[in-house]
Ligand binder design. Structure first.
Ligand code: SF4
Length: 264
């Protein structure tokens, strides 16, 4: 069996996992295709076959440098976390149950940046633990990246009331914490989820469609922009299908470079 053949199988498996992550539970296939997919990897306990189908169970910066925002001084991530937890820098502190600083290894190679905590994140004090978080975990798994190897955070660290979009002055007050996190973690890759994350990192107001699907650089990190999981969950029909295809393209680009740099 040649390497190309194995690569093709892995691509198919990744695509199927990605479809699963977006809610697809069944794909029509002949028994022959089911057998082919099963034989591709017999070590994945999350997959099982049924007759007639396959179930899944399982310093360019594009503008102004982000670090022009004055980062709050703290030499360690725990030190920064303790500062953020006491922060009353904007009105969002009035509504929070918990500050959501982010979580993950202090030396993570991949930093994932979302928009803001939602209700469940606010309750638990952890990032991406709601429905969007479940989808994020599955999206990462689809490209063979474990959630636990990433540091996951957001642009603002306190939940906006009613899950509204953070306002510009709130973003400006909170973004220095994010840039300090980037300085301390020094990730090789950043995955920016959605418009707020991309606009904050690159200080631009370009549409997401012009930012996603290509590599950017932020200091030493390579940055990929894609749709926020919540956005992917918002639509149905052809719109969702197109968004899914684009997100998958972005994630595959990330997987390719992430794996290559791991093996370098
Ligand atoms: Fe401070 Fe950020 Fe929370 Fe505003 S959102 S209070 S700036 S930690």
């Amino acid at each position: 069996m040649g390497k190309g053949y194995l690569g093709l199988i892995e691509d198919i498996r990744s695509w199927l996992r990605f479809q699963q992550s977006l809610g697809m539970e069944f794909v029509s296939s002949s028994p022959g295709i089911s057998g082919f997919l099963s034989s591709a990897d017999t070590h994945d306990p999350a997959r099982k076959n049924v007759p007639g189908g396959h179930f899944f169970a399982g310093r360019s910066r594009d503008g102004v440098p982000g670090s022009s925002v004055s980062a709050p001084g703290s030499d360690t991530l725990p030190g920064l976390k303790s500062k953020v937890e006491k922060c009353t820098g904007c009105d969002l502190h009035r509504y929070r149950t918990n500050v959501v600083f982010g979580e993950g290894p202090e030396d993570a190679r991949l930093l994932v940046v979302g928009e803001a905590p939602g209700r469940q994140e606010d309750q638990e004090g952890r990032p991406f633990v709601g429905v969007s978080g479940e989808l994020l975990t599955k999206m990462l798994r689809a490209i063979n990246i474990s959630r636990t190897e990433c540091f996951i955070t957001s642009v603002v660290k306190c939940r906006p009331p009613g899950n509204r979009t953070p306002e510009q002055h709130e973003i400006e007050r909170c973004a220095p914490f994010l840039f300090r996190q980037i300085e301390l973690i020094r990730p090789s890759f950043i995955l920016a989820l959605g418009l707020i994350a991309a606009h904050t990192l690159f200080k631009t107001d370009n549409p997401l469609t012009s930012l996603r699907g290509r590599w950017h650089r932020l200091d030493n990190a390579r940055v990929m922009v894609t749709y926020h999981p919540a956005y992917l969950l918002r639509f149905g029909g052809m719109r969702q299908k197109n968004l899914k295809r684009e997100a998958w393209h972005d994630l595959q680009m990330l997987e390719k470079e992430y794996v290559a740099s791991k093996n370098a």
